[in-house]
Design a protein around this ligand. Structure first.
Ligand SMILES: [Zn+2]
Length: 451
């Protein structure tokens, strides 16, 4: 097996950042050396880990590869838009070494059989380590709870609950079903939180005003902040009542961040995610990007964006998931009412955090360590001796303009944007898989093991 020593790095973990070196032996991290103040080089590491290929990182940032727990890779059933091979490749090129996919595929991932089928496809085609969330419906809570009592629980990421969102048949709105799902204690309960009745009323009003040609600038008014806030009040209430490990997905408003801050005091198992889309864009971008920024929840105001950045910095927002949700441009170019929601973003998610100046320790936490903790992912997401060598090297100062998009759909709302934090090298299970924006090895991905 190969031995590699990465020297002259800026190592970043949730606890610490500093100059040092990291050794890879085969699939695993063999050692980490932070320099003491008096040390000017990595000679200690070079002595401790001889006979290795030495790579000088020239002061670039080295951190655990990203774990993106919120992607829609469209496989199976929608593979004209995206598939596990194409999107996991885009993920790796963006510094994401593991993903957990969402259940709104065809068929939906609402049974153990459907989840097993996805695992099989990923084992053959995925470039990044792979895991899958299971989707809740009004009818399958008992089946999910049954699954979680078997060994199959180690193959399930979290339980996705669309609270009041119209995503096929996965809307969960029955009180009895919600009570059962929020009583699950062994997995994170992942909630998409938007109040469907408020959205329906707003949409009816917009149709009244505009007919069929609703402008895309109306999107944040139709899928309004109130729809998010009211649903999140409900989700937090239930999580407080049941002690749920609620992981609130793609938080998009200042008010929700504040509510999460308060709720955590009473139930520390409550966590929150936002996506790069809400950290980078604002509702002012709808006039420029139109349908290309149509996603659910809608992107909110610049004030919300500022509050979300701050909440990510101070740890109220725990994680960043991309909510990578590709559609073909031909689908996105339809009028508002028939244009599908969702934007591709997995490749840009990590550089956005560098561009907006999130501290390195917080990037390390939000993109990998905390994700691994919430989902109980063993031996990944952390720079630790013995952990799998899923590693990303980023040049925090290198600017680049987004031009080439690796996703199958071939476009991104980030096209033309200048970002910082170029992904230079990516190791997956100890194999250097991507370098300078190109894939340089065969696949080495594994299934994620959830504790
Ligand atoms: Zn999503």
């Amino acid at each position: 097996m190969s031995r590699t020593l990465l020297v002259n790095a800026v190592l970043a973990t949730s606890a610490r950042e500093g100059a040092g070196a990291l050794a890879i032996d085969g699939q695993r991290i063999a050692g980490i050396w932070f320099r003491e103040e008096t040390e000017k080089d990595d000679s200690k590491a070079l002595q401790a880990f001889p006979d290795a290929e030495v790579i000088d990182l020239g002061g670039k940032v080295l951190m655990a590869g990203g774990i993106d727990a919120h992607v829609h890779f469209r496989d199976p059933g929608l593979t004209h838009k995206a598939d596990i091979a194409s999107e996991s490749r885009a993920a790796v090129l963006g510094g994401i070494t593991s993903f957990i996919d969402m259940p709104n595929t065809i068929p939906p991932t609402v049974t153990a059989e459907a989840l097993e089928a996805k695992l099989k496809v990923a084992s053959e085609y995925s470039w990044a380590n792979y895991g899958f969330n299971i989707g809740a419906t009004n009818a399958n809570a008992d089946e999910i709870i049954g699954c979680l009592e078997t060994d199959f629980r180690h193959s399930i990421g979290g339980v996705k609950v669309f609270m009041g969102s119209s995503t096929g048949n996965m809307l969960v709105d029955r009180k009895e079903s919600l009570e059962k799902l929020f009583s699950i204690s062994t997995k994170p309960v992942l909630v998409h939180s938007e109040d469907e009745s408020i959205i329906k009323a707003n949409l009816a009003a917009a149709k009244e005003k505009y007919g069929e040609e609703i402008p895309f600038t109306e999107h944040p008014l139709i899928r309004s902040r109130k729809a998010c806030i009211m649903s999140t009040i409900h989700a937090l209430e239930m999580a407080l009542e049941h002690g749920t490990a609620l992981h609130l997905l793609h938080v998009s408003t200042k008010e929700e961040a504040e509510m999460v801050r308060a709720a955590k005091i009473h139930n520390p198992r409550i966590t929150a995610e936002t996506s790069a889309n809400y950290l980078w864009f604002s509702d002012e971008d709808y006039s420029r990007l139109g349908s290309r920024l149509k996603c659910n929840p809608a992107v909110k105001s610049p004030q919300d964006r500022a509050a979300l950045r701050k909440a990510l910095e101070d740890g109220v927002i725990d994680t960043v998931g991309s909510d990578h949700a590709p559609h073909l441009l031909s689908e996105k170019e339809k009028p508002y009412l028939s244009c599908p929601s969702g934007v591709p973003s997995v490749q840009q998610s990590l550089p956005v955090a560098f561009t907006i100046g999130i501290p390195l320790t917080r990037i390390a936490a939000a993109y990998s360590e905390k994700v691994a903790e919430i989902f109980g992912i063993a031996d990944r997401g952390i720079l630790k001796q013995g952990a799998y060598a899923d590693i990303v090297v980023v040049d925090p100062e290198e600017e680049f303009t987004v031009k080439e998009v690796a996703s199958k759909c071939g476009w991104s709302p980030y096209e033309g944007q200048t970002l910082k934090g170029a992904v230079k090298m990516v190791w997956v299970n100890g194999v250097l898989t991507a370098k300078d924006g190109a894939i340089v090895s065969d696949r080495s991905a594994k299934a994620l093991y959830f504790k």
